[in-house]
Design a protein. Sequence first.
Length: 214
Amino acid sequence: MNATIAALSVAPVALGWAVHNIVWRRRIEAARRCPLTGLPTRAVFEVQAPRLLAAGTAVLVIDLDGFEALNDRHGHAAGDAALTTVAHVLAATAAVMDGCAARLGGDEFVLALPIQHPDDLPFELASLHAWLCEPFTFEGESVSVGASIGAVMVGQGPVPPLDRLMRRADEAMYAAKQTGAGWFIATDTTPVLPTTNGRRAGRRGTTGGSEAAA
């Protein structure tokens, strides 16, 4: 009897701790993901992506085109819908290709994808670009945004650090945006443009950044 009473008195405490642990796990998981798009954050990507890096891995930086114009014309809810739509495309791409995707912030995203052969990368980029630019419906109206994609591929030999690959992919994205080509592949993994606080000089978020709004 005493053992039964003791067990019953402990049960609520154990249940309380179990609920507490579940709540904290959910909060931690939520903090690792963008609350709007559901994609992992940059911090999570920087943990996950290095495990994928090997010869044949492509790192992509994606920045939306016409995003500010969409916000100005249809309101921020339309911008949120565009971000969510793009995130679904990137999440699906990462799932199918055993890669990983994340939202870096604003209208900028990143992908790490295993590519079977360097010759496959242009095809993958063209397909992804077309998918990202597909119109979607917002409040009964067909709307769309464009996308500029920069890519760099890990070759044979030592694997460069992820931050270097992301910087080079960002430079390639900037080249795509400047030319309107949709996507651009860097031919090597060494960044060439000047940086401010570790980021490409002139881009949004750097001191004195004046990159045109996408």
